[in-house]
Design a protein around this ligand. Structure first.
Ligand SMILES: Cc1cc2nc3c(=O)[nH]c(=O)nc-3n(C[C@H](O)[C@H](O)[C@H](O)COP(=O)(O)OP(=O)(O)OC[C@H]3O[C@@H](n4cnc5c(N)ncnc54)[C@H](O)[C@@H]3O)c2cc1C
Length: 410
């Protein structure tokens, strides 16, 4: 299929990767997004953990680890092929530290068993060497009491593990994708168009029109088409548009809006990354000596709903951003004293965020909540209408390649 028209809805990492894969297959694509440029949402403002599965200790079935592992191992090759960026210089330089919080939903011994099982899963995967660092010799090391004492408040952190997981600087990756989209002649971008629905032209579900307004609250309606294929990669906007073609998921929908700190320091600091696991806690990532990501979940969670539509997000003025930044630094700095060095050296602090969508809801401090699982992500289809639940940033490019192949065969 080369001359058929494909509409991709959403220009985050999922929609953009799909469009680029399609264009490389010779398929012309029109990409819609209500922002004025691609990569303005979650795909720019996240932590960039390229999952091997360690985060999902509250899913001891390993279902989530198995679901996210192949995309994580493939991420580097995918992104370097789709864009002109080399990921080495924008990747966290050292191992990640999983620090078990005293209120964790997974006790230290259960966490140790889980990390050992994931480590075995990673090591035995034939593609393990293709990860951001060679993961084929993956070993998880338990931190000694002295190492733990050096890193964290021992009254809060009860165990620690060093794992070979890495994160990437999502801002730099986003810029590389924007350049790649701009340089691709078969991709036409439609920025500033809010998609309100998709309509089938006839019974066969093989021709579609895309209905839009000018921006989120715009009153100028428009329709584009006909398209032979539509790919819905709208993330938080996806369920509502799916409803307009009669497509429904078989589980509850859960939206959370989270903000974090994106910090640049004036001076170089020792790069250290840590995640407080497992529950509603926080993370620190250092993508190099001067670029850091910090999150404290209870402070950064601005909106949450188990509903088809994302709830409204409160607008943040300068004072509120300042309050969030102060609270995140203070809370993390209390548990991880070295975070205070980042705060002292901070020259630029941005409070930014995006949506997290998941099938199944519940709260992170509930050990059996569905929110601890990400094994239901992926592609569903109604005729030549495709809908994709990205699930995780790290799996998007691989999922997009599979999606593009399916689209090209329509
Ligand atoms: C704070 C935070 C930390 C995270 N950390 C990680 C992590 O470490 N590792 C990981 O793998 N994942 C992480 N995630 C999840 C990850 O960010 C998402 O899974 C991923 O970015 C989703 O990509 P996407 O392209 O599907 O969505 P998006 O990047 O949100 O793209 C969707 C696009 O659709 C547009 N859009 C939405 N509705 C409409 C509409 N109706 N009309 C027109 N346009 C519309 C939006 O403007 C947006 O550009 C995190 C998320 C957050 C918020």
């Amino acid at each position: 299929m080369t001359r058929r028209r494909v509409a991709v809805l959403g220009a985050g990492i999922m929609g953009s990767s799909t469009a680029l894969h399609l264009a490389r297959l010779g398929v012309p694509v029109t990409v819609f997004d209500h922002e004025n440029a691609p990569f303005r949402g979650a795909s720019r403002w996240n932590e960039g953990k390229i999952h091997l599965g360690f985060l999902y200790a509250a899913d001891p079935t390993l279902g989530t680890a198995r679901a996210v592992l192949p995309g994580g191992l493939d991420f580097k090759d995918q992104v370097e092929t789709l864009t002109a960026i080399a990921l080495g210089p924008v990747t966290t330089p050292g191992d990640d530290l999983y620090l078990v919080h005293r209120d964790s939903v997974t006790a230290p011994e259960a966490a140790a068993r889980y990390f050992a099982a994931v480590s075995e899963l990673v090591r035995s995967h034939p593609e393990a060497h293709r990860y951001l660092t060679d993961a084929s010799r993956t070993r998880v090391e338990r931190l000694s009491p002295a190492e733990l004492f050096d890193l964290a408040d021992p009254s809060v952190v009860v165990a620690g593990f060093r794992v070979p997981e890495r994160s990437v600087d999502t801002n730099r990756v986003a810029d590389a994708f924007v350049d790649a989209l701009d340089g691709e002649p078969l991709i036409e971008l439609r920025p500033g168009r809010h998609v309100t629905g998709v309509a089938s032209l006839g019974e066969q579900r093989d021709r579609w029109r895309v209905h839009t307004t000018n921006g989120r609250d715009g009153d100028a309606h428009d329709e584009d088409g006909p398209f032979d294929v539509v790919v819905n990669a709208l993330w938080e906007g996806r369920p509502r548009v799916d409803r307009t073609v009669g497509h429904r998921p078989d589980s509850a929908e859960h939206h959370r809006y989270r903000v974090s700190l994106f910090v640049r320091t004036a001076t170089a600091l020792e790069p250290r990354s840590a995640v407080l696991a497992v529950g509603p806690f926080g993370d620190v990532k250092s993508y190099g000596e001067r670029d850091f990501y910090l999150s404290w979940y209870p402070t950064g969670l601005l909106a949450r709903a188990e509903a088809v539509d994302p709830p409204p997000v409160p607008a943040l003025n300068d004072g509120e951003r300042e309050r969030i930044a102060t609270e995140v630094f203070a809370t993390l700095g209390h548990v991880l004293p070295w975070v205070r060095d980042i705060e002292r050296a901070a020259a630029d602090v941005r409070v930014q965020g995006g949506w997290v969508y998941s099938q199944g809801g519940g709260l992170l401090d509930d050990p059996v909540a569905a929110v601890h699982r990400r094994d239901r992500l992926g592609i569903s289809r109604l005729g030549s209408y495709f809908s994709v639940d990205t699930g995780k940033y790290s799996v998007a490019p691989t999922l997009a390649e599979r999606l593009a192949r399916a689209v090209a065969e329509v």
